[in-house]
Design a protein around this ligand. Sequence first.
Ligand code: UD1
Ligand code: MG
Length: 444
Amino acid sequence: MFRYLLPSIVLVIAYSSKQHSAVLSSIAFSLVGYVVTDLLIPRVGNSFIKIGLYGKDLSKVGRPVIPECIGAICAAVYILLMMFCIPFMFYKYMVTTTSGGGIRDISTESYQLTDNLFPHAKLSEYLSSLLCLESTALLGIADDLFDLRWRHKFFLPAIGAIPLLVVYYVDFGATHVLIPGFMQNWLQRTNLDLGALYYMYMMSMTIFCPNSINILAGVNGLEVGQSIVLGILALLNDSLYLTMGPQTSWESHRFSAIIILPFLGVSAALWKWNRWPAKVFVGDTYCYFAGMIFAVVGILGHFSKTMLLLFLPQILNFLYSCPQLFHIVPCPRHRLPRFDENDGLLYPSITNLKETPAKKFFQPVLRALHVLKLIHVEFVNGEIVSCTNMTLINLVLVWLGPMREDRLCNTILQLQFVVGVVAIIARHALGALLFGHDNLWAIV
Ligand code: UD1
Ligand code: MG
């Protein structure tokens, strides 16, 4: 495999630098990311176990011990690769601003940049993204090492996002949002300055994306699988803009593609080792790191609302989890499905409500959810004694019945993909209806 991959990588890098195409270089770096991560994972596993970074696979006979926190390898390879990517990304600016005569004084782009100046703002945007991803990965490692309590670790990604938000403030400071066409006459304006609220919104995005991936977890391959599907969907959206959209939207979608492609490379290697039956666990490090990739791309690419549409299954899982997250219904340490050793299938896991019942005001809601088949509740003499844990994973099992772990993971990934494609289509159809035009169709 390595024998065939290496020459193709060298070829793509050589071709992309000749074409001055940052996206092509990014594809090559993505391949490098795959190969390096795939080589490293099996070689570091035992060292992770030796220092106590391991977890028990709760859905296997005998609960085998496997390395945890392997997402740290992905994050390290990714960040290093993205550093090497910088000259490729900015090559076109380097050739137009470097003195020395010859063709170096001629722009390689069809449009000229203002005064042919090197775009330091773009570079700082890129570096702040890397800094943000680096601090997020470090905080994720801290979480995997110390197994922090949920109420503390929930806000960790917001700390990791500080470099991003500070550079955003200093560099752009754009806090305007477009007002939908049908409200423009009524409000007598086309956009609204949200000021500090916009920073709150960005901060919420950096908290939501990482945590929402972390709580849609507990089945081999699901954390990394959903991140790969999200990456493919975001790339699909980018490719629509890069092929059909106006030139004004190219920069942000090229930035998005450049960030996401190498992420897909390192994630594909992790998927190989984490898919059923898992040889390694990704750890919270990977969940935070992956979530932050999408938050960064959404924020700096100015399409955070579209990004949130792709996160629809995660949003539903979060809303559905709220009664347990806010302790209205007791929340056990693990809500992953229950494994039955006899048939090797996963069943919905339950939370015991005999000793610690759900809050009184919520009991009618539990009954209603049971009638609507949104949870399964067990009654003894009319009293609620248990209910299924409120996660999308358990809900799939309540609806479709028990199934093997790999089938469960694939079902959720397919659901994520279908919902994402429908969301992208709806976004571009509704965008035109709501705002009078859609960025994608602005050219026509
Ligand atoms: C989140 C979920 C928790 C779920 C856990 C599984 C919430 C509030 N928290 O907690 O309900 O049980 O993720 O990752 O929704 N594990 C497996 N198989 C897997 C993945 C994980 O058995 O495919 C187990 C392993 O023992 C592993 C542990 O889960 O060591 C990792 O749990 P951790 O990521 O620390 O849990 P949280 O993110 O806190
Ligand atoms: Mg986790």
